[in-house]
Write a protein that binds this ligand. Structure first.
Ligand SMILES: NC(=O)C1=CN([C@@H]2O[C@H](COP(=O)(O)OP(=O)(O)OC[C@H]3O[C@@H](n4cnc5c(N)ncnc54)[C@H](OP(=O)(O)O)[C@@H]3O)[C@@H](O)[C@H]2O)C=CC1
Ligand SMILES: CC1=C(/C=C/C(C)=C/C=C/C(C)=C/C=O)C(C)(C)CCC1
Length: 303
């Protein structure tokens, strides 16, 4: 053990290569996403960084290509707070890419002041859940064609901070930044389980995870004193490299080939709340999400 931090991290390492595999990862210009790209690029994957700010993405891409020695890293525009941007990104991928073997839904925002996405969804639910739900829907045919393939949803232990409010999903009646973040992360886990069931036998497996409490830019919306406190307590939290390990585990660990729908933490299966195991709520959330986005998955599951 090298530091107090190591105590909080699942120890895992693997020499699995990803040559000839294509990975898409959202929110890849910083934090956990950027470190995930670094690792997967070193394993030889073609990595598509899906980012809302192309200037930041380009700077990260250059650094990651240099460090990994892998020139096969590209950056494309994706703003998860706008379904037009999500559709444009998916159209480009479906046109240009022969295969997508791993989709990592990593981007996230936490506890922002109340605002709405371009389509009128509460921002945290819109970006963290609905944006990724739509992206997955639009890429599913390609993922199925590329099977065996994996979908990884970066959720959080913070799924315990909220419930699914079917009657006020956009928090219009009452907004708590913390509860809305919790609702979005609970939605990630519920939909991971639903999608895994619907994709049984397709060769596409689905995972959700908690990366740990990680020193990243995620705390940018919290007050300065809280941000400083989080920094001061950094020996008890994870670095972004450590925070990326469970995502990398879900993306490459061969043992997970025959597991789907589970929730992981510290590179191992983890317990989630009873609300995250509620199949009836999962079905209601699935239907509401489809209705909000104007989509129906039936065709995608029947092929
Ligand atoms: N850090 C932690 O302690 C924990 C993190 N998580 C989860 O891990 C994931 C990664 O977070 P982390 O690396 O910590 O946070 P960061 O804030 O460091 O990174 C988040 C990434 O998401 C991107 N993003 C935000 N909004 C959008 C959007 N509308 N469209 C596209 N991309 C967007 C950001 O882009 P930009 O740089 O342009 O803002 C950034 O690249 C998140 O899902 C988070 O909820 C879960 C539990 C704990
Ligand atoms: C407030 C605070 C702390 C706790 C932070 C926690 C527990 C954050 C959890 C964040 C999650 C789960 C985010 C993403 O999903 C510390 C570090 C003890 C230091 C003192 C200030």
């Amino acid at each position: 053990m090298h530091s107090i931090r190591d105590f909080f991290c699942g120890q895992w390492s693997s020499s699995v290569r990803l040559d000839d595999k294509t990975v898409i990862i959202t929110g890849a210009n910083t934090g956990i996403g950027k470190e995930t790209v670094r690792d997967l690029a070193k394993r030889g994957a073609r990595v598509i960084m899906a980012c809302r700010d192309l200037e930041k993405a380009e700077a990260a891409r250059k650094e990651l290509m240099e460090d990994s020695g892998n020139q096969n890293i590209v950056a494309n525009k994706l703003d998860l707070s706008d379904t037009k941007s999500i559709r444009a990104f998916a159209e480009l991928i479906n046109k240009e890419e022969k295969q997508v073997n791993i989709l990592i839904n990593n981007a996230g925002i936490m506890m922002c002041p109340y605002s709405k996405t371009a389509d009128g969804f509460e921002m945290q639910f819109g970006v963290n859940h609905l944006g990724h739900f739509l992206l997955t829907y639009l890429l599913l045919d390609l993922l199925k064609k590329s099977a065996p393939s994996r979908i990884i949803n970066v959720a959080s232990v913070a799924h315990t901070w909220g419930s699914i409010h079917l009657d006020d999903i956009n928090s219009e009646k009452s907004y708590s930044p913390r509860r809305a973040y919790g609702q979005s992360k609970l939605a990630n886990i519920l939909c991971t389980r639903s999608l895994a069931k619907k994709l049984q036998g397709s060769g596409v497996t689905v995972y959700s995870l908690h990366p740990g409490v990680v020193q990243s830019e995620l705390f940018r919306n919290l007050s300065k004193p809280v941000q400083i406190a989080v920094k001061v307590f950094s020996p008890f939290t994870k670095t972004t490299i450590q925070g990326a390990q469970t995502t990398i585990y879900c993306a490459v660990e061969p043992k997970l080939d025959n597991e789907s729908g589970g929730y992981y933490s510290d590179c191992a299966p983890a317990l989630c709340s009873s609300e995250a195991l509620d199949d009836e709520m999962a079905q209601k959330l699935w239907e509401l999400s489809c209705q909000m986005l104007g989509i129906t998955w039936d065709q995608r599951f029947s092929q």
